[in-house]
Design a binder for this molecule. Structure first.
Ligand code: FNR
Length: 375
């Protein structure tokens, strides 16, 4: 059993996750597309951004609450939608739902979830946001959205940066497939991690329930070109709540999404998992913010690894941020206590950074906190 007192940052959970998970699963989480240039660039670009320390201000009463899309949250970061989270540990989806309710932050529920939408929504209510992939044509995409709406979901994240499943070398080399293909190398890999294998067998091997419920099987390599601008118009007509378009890196696309009546965009390069030659998401964020003006809501993910990265993303124009891999690694490292630990580390990190830069409220964070942002 991992002692969570020995976890201090996202590197610690990543390292523990690598020890605990079969290589096949660890590589599915940590891997990216191509030569993995984009994923490295995400982290490098964050490292190159500097915040400006400020002195002599009274920063004793700091507050991390913030508002996004009309909802009040207790912290400026949530959990990005990710498929097959229960591969990290049994009931990971429900553990995240409980945390999102208790700590009051949004939690993206992937189309490739292995837990029923209702079960998650029953726990976290409005904080559960449904993420839609349109993988089998517009009609089936609209049906999935209707199903989520019936299950009580009010906020929809439409992911648009997967027109086609990308080539991820680690997955190809390891023979990673959903459902699993079990050849000799997979059997050897799983048997060298007996604890994970036993727990997963007892809990039941996760399968993408939402997609299997419908007629269409989830083929991770399949075209997902159902999400077109025409689809956006149809979705807008049936979805009563907020819609966020996730995976935007182009100013033109951002403006067009706004004109199509979308409530927000989500600047992301999918954590470097789709186009290896894509720019770091944090580098295009201020360009898109400039083009859209101050008011239009922007969510952000890709490459956040500590609290100062969150402050940097807010300073560069995001209204809210999301974490991907660090969350899954924390669950793999130590289940619920691991997740709690990493969430509290990120929270505390932001809290400390705010004091260093002389800020007491999240909405005070803007480009003036950047080194070089001073007039
Ligand atoms: C993802 N991501 C993702 N995005 C999405 O819209 N739907 C999905 O089903 C998934 N699935 C998924 C699985 C795994 C294992 C990972 C790591 C990621 C992308 C995710 O939402 C997010 O954009 C990135 O993970 C953010 O980058 P970082 O924080 O991992 O660097």
């Amino acid at each position: 059993m991992v002692n969570v007192d020995k976890i201090f940052d996202s590197n610690d959970v990543k390292w523990l996750s690598q020890k605990k998970l079969p290589k096949l699963i660890y590589d599915f989480i940590e891997g990216a597309t191509g030569r993995e240039v984009a994923v490295k660039q995400n982290l490098k670009s964050f490292d190159e951004i500097k915040l400006l320390p400020r002195s002599l201000r009274d920063v004793s009463k700091r507050n991390l609450t913030t508002e996004f899309l009309g909802q009040k949250f207790d912290q400026p970061f949530g959990i990005s939608p990710m498929g097959m989270c229960n591969l990290t540990c049994p009931k990971a989806d429900l553990i995240m739902a409980k945390a999102s309710k208790e700590r009051n932050f949004p939690h993206g529920i992937s189309t490739a979830t292995s837990t029923r939408l209702e079960e998650i929504h029953n726990i976290s209510d409005k904080n559960a946001w449904f993420q839609l992939y349109v993988f089998a044509g517009a009609e089936s995409g609209l049906d999935l959205a209707k199903k989520a709406q019936l299950a009580g979901y009010e906020t929809l994240i439409l992911t648009v940066d997967v027109p086609q499943g990308s080539r991820r070398m680690r997955e190809l080399r390891n023979g990673f497939q959903v459902p699993f293909k079990m050849g000799l190398s997979q059997i050897l890999d799983l048997s060298s991690h007996p604890l994970w294998s036993l727990k997963t067998l007892i809990a039941g091997i996760p399968k993408p329930v939402l997609i299997n419920e419908s007629e269409d099987r989830f083929d991770r390599k399949a075209l997902r070109i159902g999400a077109t601008w025409e689809f956006l118009d149809k979705l807008r007509l049936i979805w009563k709540g907020k819609i966020i378009v996730k995976g935007i890196l182009s100013v033109d696309d951002a403006k067009r999404a706004r004109s199509a009546g979308m409530d927000a965009i989500w600047v992301s390069n999918h954590g470097g998992r789709q186009l290896d030659a894509a720019p770091a998401a944090i580098e295009v964020l201020p360009i898109i913010r400039d083009a859209l003006g101050d008011e239009f809501p922007i969510a952000f993910d890709s490459g956040i690894r500590d609290g100062s990265d969150i402050v940097k993303a807010l300073a560069k124009g995001a209204n809210f941020t999301f974490l991907g891999r660090p969350i899954l690694h924390s669950l793999a490292a130590a289940g619920g206590p691991g997740l709690e630990k990493i969430l509290s580390i990120f929270y505390e990190d932001i809290n400390v950074v705010m004091a260093q830069i002389g800020i007491i409220k999240i909405d005070e964070i803007n480009s003036s906190v950047l080194s070089g942002g001073q007039g």
